[in-house]
Design a protein around this ligand. Sequence first.
Ligand SMILES: Nc1ncnc2c1ncn2[C@@H]1O[C@H](COP(=O)(O)OP(=O)(O)O)[C@@H](O)[C@H]1O
Ligand SMILES: [Mg+2]
Length: 268
Amino acid sequence: MNQLRLAILSNAGGSGKTTLATHLTYLLAKSKHSVVTFDLDPQGSVTLFCGLERPQSNHTISAVLTEKGFDGTWSLAPLWKEKVKGAFACQGDIGLERTISELVMAERGAYLLDDRIQDYPLPHDVLIFDCPATLGPLPTIAISAATHILIPVQVEPKSTGGASKLLEWLYEKFRTLRLNPRPKILGFIPNQYDKSIAIHRSLLEQLVPMLSQLNIPYFDPIRFSSEFKNASAVGLPLHLYRPKHPACDDFNPIVKVLKAEIAKEKEL
Ligand SMILES: Nc1ncnc2c1ncn2[C@@H]1O[C@H](COP(=O)(O)OP(=O)(O)O)[C@@H](O)[C@H]1O
Ligand SMILES: [Mg+2]
């Protein structure tokens, strides 16, 4: 029985990685899966988006990834406890900056997260890795530990160029890290999409054929709504903040694909 390990990547800030990570954590937990989101961003946005207290430095992912070693005691903070069971976060903080420099020096730096998870397995069905926007050591450890990848993109003029650069980087990493099997790219997710804006429509029309040509799947967009910001400001997913908001349904196709992949991993 394997667990699904999902890396959420993109080479642009503000594309919706943390939004996607926290919402998928909530939605999968709501459908009775146990989920841990790992905040691999030194900015520690998961803490904010989930309404958690700032963690002590020995209770973060940096403590797991430290060169000094890890004793196997994972610090997992329960999320939205009154509403859902089985959602947790392994919080990040600025200590990850130090982790980056250690990772570069360490012999198995690129595989450190995978090594930790192998050595000290977590019983959860799903692990989600919320990555920072820079394609450096932290996304590298995420993809070497991942079974699956999702890529949110904001529809803006540089998104098609950005998407092909990201794919180049990914394939290069798959090769140099000799990942076997390679994590499966589940698809791109256009985010903050407003169909009433002509440039959004035309950019989506450019992105879709480019991805189809490369055989990369893509999802229908998640619409723009300022309620996402309001919800994260109070530490909630949109589904708890405004349960009837139409954007809640935009996640359904992604959750459906993930549930099918979780079932496949469990069979292995
Ligand atoms: N579909 C959306 N519509 C409007 N705002 C969004 C949407 N998705 C995310 N946001 C907001 O955009 C900002 C950046 O999103 P975030 O998830 O932090 O991106 P990243 O983690 O990629 O930097 C946040 O303030 C978030 O609340
Ligand atoms: Mg983020």
